[in-house]
Design a protein around this ligand. Sequence first.
Ligand SMILES: C[S@@+](CC[C@H](N)C(=O)[O-])C[C@H]1O[C@@H](n2cnc3c(N)ncnc32)[C@H](O)[C@@H]1O
Length: 398
Amino acid sequence: MHQHSHDENSHHGHDEKSHYGHHHNVSVVQNEQYNTLKPRKQKRQEMSETASREEDEKHFNNIINAYLYYQRWSMNKVSKAEKQYNILEDDHKKLVPNYLSNLEKWKQAITDNYNFIDLLIGTDLLFHENNDSATAINPASEFDMEKVGSTIRQLMREWSPEGAKEREASFGLILNELARVLPLNETNQYTYRVLCPGSGLGRLPFEICKQGYCCQGNEWSYFMLITGNYMLNKVRTIAQHTIYPYCNQTSNLFKKEDQFRGVTIPDVLPSSLPLNADFSCSAGDFVEIYGPQTEEWDVIVTCFFLDCANNIIEFAETIKNALKPGGRWINLGPLLYHFADMDEQSLELSYDEIKHVVLSLGFTFEIEKQVTTTYTNNQTSMMNTQYNCVFFSATKPK
Ligand SMILES: C[S@@+](CC[C@H](N)C(=O)[O-])C[C@H]1O[C@@H](n2cnc3c(N)ncnc32)[C@H](O)[C@@H]1O
């Protein structure tokens, strides 16, 4: 199995479930789907409710287990590196004098990341309720472990000062377009409703809300939901934590210290939203939750999300139906289809094919351009990936 992710250091993406919402304890928008996220819709319909609940619980416990396995999984990498040193001849050992002390720095970075993970898992009673099996930690799949790593890198993108440039290029562009199409003044604060599906760790919906729009995120990955919940509901001070997003990356390093580079989170306090801010997040599959909705939203914002679809036409239809007449769809992202090469439905349309679909649904394109952005980019690495994304702003007919 091979799920694509935008995260340049991982070949895997995210799947699975929410929590966020209002400031000072952002409410979860409870949906029926909350407990039934995996397996996906088609398969789920064939299951009884109990079987589906059990399946979901198992899935949830797997994610918790993967988080908790992070330390052992990472320390195994250190052990491997240590073995590489031990088999060297003495004259070669002398040529890398700091090798062993760097392994200690690596271990420290892993331990610090793990302490952070422990906080994520440990502080939320909602998640604890579900989690009886936390005591026995089992080896998790490489697939899930990649996701733990990419969630840590996602923290860098969304909530660290280091991610500011990357956020400006993507979230900034979307926020500017939002301000252009729905300008705010003293009288219309928190009247427009914006939906942001595939909201990751919640920064984009947070920023949208901060501007004065009602905003709802939507996310289905437990990896994201657990970490997003912590960031939005639990963090109390700027730079409260230091995480080490690159500590397991040993390739493409100019300097050894780059591997142990820490980034502080958060760069802004989620609790800084005004009291009247309307901020929430739904947990579950976008199509399942919003498919039944009609004419609810003034704007739907999709950022690095469309290519997460099994069937992108279904995403586009859902967006169309959920938008109010004359509503706006703002999109930014590449087409790195997440389910490509997987044993799942994966309709991999090119942008011109997608455009035909969107036009056929009646949308009018007002802005359409290519934009260069990065995704969880490691700035000090010898390898950087750039996306030539498509950015569009299109209107649903009145
Ligand atoms: C590539 S990330 C983008 C996150 C954020 N928008 C950003 O730009 O940083 C895509 C997100 O969409 C979520 N996702 C994928 N398919 C989804 C679905 N069907 N319903 C809800 N969320 C989904 C993934 O879990 C992931 O967090």
